[in-house]
Design a protein around this ligand. Structure first.
Ligand code: 5GP
Length: 120
């Protein structure tokens, strides 16, 4: 797959507000937050979309969720709760083709999300 902006963030070629990093994943604040708390958890392995997740990637995708919950706890939003979203392709609203778990929190979040947009 072609390199995305997230590869540049992993390689520290462009800055990001990093919340967690190890050899498998990176978590950083979203540059355009859609909730009081909005960060992304990405695998360091570039996987383009949810459709491209292979059996060998199952562990890191599960680990992304554990890291999301750990960071949410550190930020004090785990108890009230949060939403995790992974958009896939055009109809899912994906814009960066390196899978990422959105973690949104800090206020009650409407559901389904598109109903709120329809009211705007
Ligand atoms: P998608 O639309 O693909 O599900 O989400 C991509 C997300 O990446 C968006 O929420 C967008 O704000 C975020 N994003 C795009 N470019 C950057 C960047 O350079 N830095 C950071 N921190 N977030 C980015």
């Amino acid at each position: 797959m072609s390199e995305t902006i997230f590869t540049k963030i992993i390689n520290k070629q462009i800055p990001a507000d990093i919340l967690f990093e190890d050899d498998r994943v990176l978590a950083f604040k979203d540059i355009s937050p859609q909730a009081p708390v909005h960060f992304l958890v990405i695998p360091k392995k570039p996987i383009a979309t949810t459709n491209d997740i292979q059996a060998e990637d199952e562990a890191v995708v599960g680990y992304m969720h554990r890291i999301a919950a750990r960071i949410a706890a550190e930020l004090g939003v785990a108890g009230d709760g949060f939403r995790t979203v992974m958009n896939c392709n055009a109809h899912g609203g994906q814009t960066v083709y390196h899978i990422h778990l959105h973690v949104l929190a800090g206020k009650p979040l409407g559901w389904p999300p598109y109903q709120e947009r329809l009211k705007e």
